[in-house]
Design a protein around this ligand. Structure first.
Ligand code: SAM
Length: 413
């Protein structure tokens, strides 16, 4: 018979007719470590498998390619057809309220914006959902509290000038082949609404809802839409992490240069997916600061880029978002993804004066400047020097600047 004798008998010695095995102290430690690491390994494997199961269960794969356009639009869901639970990644599924806006105001999810113009009687795009199952759920289980996020550019005149220049064509060209008359489209983080209004013209008689966390650009957006007599667009206050619309409300959910400013872009993508109809599409385009190129070389512009990226990261934003979109949408659970890139280019005297002048103002007068100063990342004298670099670039006859963007189209099942 074999018997273990912890440390007292020599190996293989026969004691009272039994063969005893001696194990020294270091061998005991090795054995203990082996048992412990095996136990931890098994526990980790079980935990990972259970998480993957829950995640995979939420998102079923779907095929969307350029040759397989969006499905016909199913009817807008009613309260009865609305899935009551919001889809959020497990790590976000705790209680509390999210702080919104630069002032850190708390905005309850699903709250209704009241100071805009009344919508026409014919308006049928998805309404805020305080009275829906989803709305009730959101009021009982508000989104998590996280540190207040800041839109680092703010809405200074120099920033809005850049947003107003944007069109569906120069900023959402990758999405245009999917647009059809009659679609409902959500434009998340719409700012002053130039892209939303342009998209509204393209999906009419469908309707567009522009949502932003800040009030000021929304007022401008409403005024511009009224001025241009675009009636199939409305603008509402809202938060990317807790959109107050029922599940499966929109054919297209779009965000231009928004995810790059969020501390949790994956959670926002999961929420975008929730409000998108099966057969619809989640679309996003974001700049990639590290990939910006220009001529002629100027070390002060290198310093400008470095400063911008440091300020963005200090707010938990991702200045190089363009290259990360694909990884974010995969993490959010999308399976059928079309990834592309496109660029803005400023190379004429007029474009240079506009782009260079705009940045010269931004680096000295916008929220970006305030934050760089507040964080001790630059002095006023340095910012003035960066502004001068921009004006110098704008005056250069051969000046050229390109802003690369990543783009993503994700099919929703
Ligand atoms: C760079 S601007 C883009 C505006 C517009 N999409 C465009 O391209 O002209 C980013 C916008 O996202 C908004 N934003 C930032 N965080 C947000 C959030 N959590 N929910 C909704 N909007 C947000 C900002 O207020 C800002 O207007």
């Amino acid at each position: 018979m074999l018997r273990w004798d912890w440390g007292s008998s020599p190996i293989g010695e026969s004691v009272n007719g039994q063969i005893a095995f001696r194990i020294g102290v270091s061998a005991q430690l090795v054995l203990f470590a082996l048992v412990l690491s095996t136990t931890i390994g098994i526990a980790l494997a079980v935990y990972t498998a259970s998480r993957q199961y829950r995640f995979a269960d939420r998102f079923r794969p779907v095929k969307l390619t350029k040759s397989s356009p969006l499905q016909p639009t199913p009817p807008i869901p009613t309260d009865e057809t609305t899935t009551p639970l919001p889809i959020r990644a497990a790590k976000h599924a705790h209680g509390g309220r999210r702080q919104t806006g630069r002032s850190g105001q708390v905005e309850p999810p699903g709250s209704v914006e009241t100071d805009g113009p009344p919508f026409p009687d014919s308006w049928t795009a998805p309404q805020r959902s305080a009275d829906t199952a989803y709305g009730r759920h959101m009021h009982e289980n508000p989104p998590p509290a996280t540190p207040a996020e800041v839109y680092i550019h703010g809405h200074h005149a120099s920033v809005l000038r850049s947003h107003r220049w944007r069109t569906a064509e120069n900023s959402a060209g990758y999405l245009l082949p999917l647009l059809k008359a009659g679609q409902y489209l959500l434009d998340l983080g719409c700012g002053p609404g130039a892209i939303s209004i342009d998209l509204a013209r393209r999906v009419a008689p469908g309707q567009v809802v522009g949502v932003d966390r800040e009030q000021a650009p929304l007022q401008e957006a409403r005024a511009v839409a009224a001025d241009q007599r675009v009636e199939n667009v409305r603008f509402e206050l809202g938060d990317a992490y807790g959109l107050g619309y029922p599940d499966a409300s929109f054919d297209i959910v779009h965000a231009h240069q928004v995810l790059q400013h969020l501390s949790d872009p994956v959670a926002a993508l999961v929420e975008m997916r929730r409000v998108c109809k099966p057969g619809g599409c989640v679309a996003a385009r974001d700049a990639d600061y590290q990939a910006m190129s220009w001529y002629p070389a100027d070390p002060r512009l290198v310093r400008w880029l470095e400063l911008y990226r440091r300020v963005a990261r200090s707010h938990h934003g991702e200045p190089d978002a363009g290259r990360r979109l694909l990884s974010w949408v995969r993490e959010a659970g999308f399976c059928d993804i079309t990834s592309s890139a496109s660029a803005w280019c400023f190379a004429t005297a007029e474009d240079r004066a506009w782009w260079g002048g705009l940045w010269a103002e931004r680096v000295t007068q916008s929220a970006l400047a305030e934050q760089a100063l507040a964080r001790g990342l630059a002095t006023r004298a340095e910012l003035a020097e960066l502004a001068e670099a921009w004006r110098h670039w704008a005056r250069h006859d051969e000046g050229w600047f390109a802003v690369l963007h990543g783009e993503i189209l994700c099919a929703v099942t």
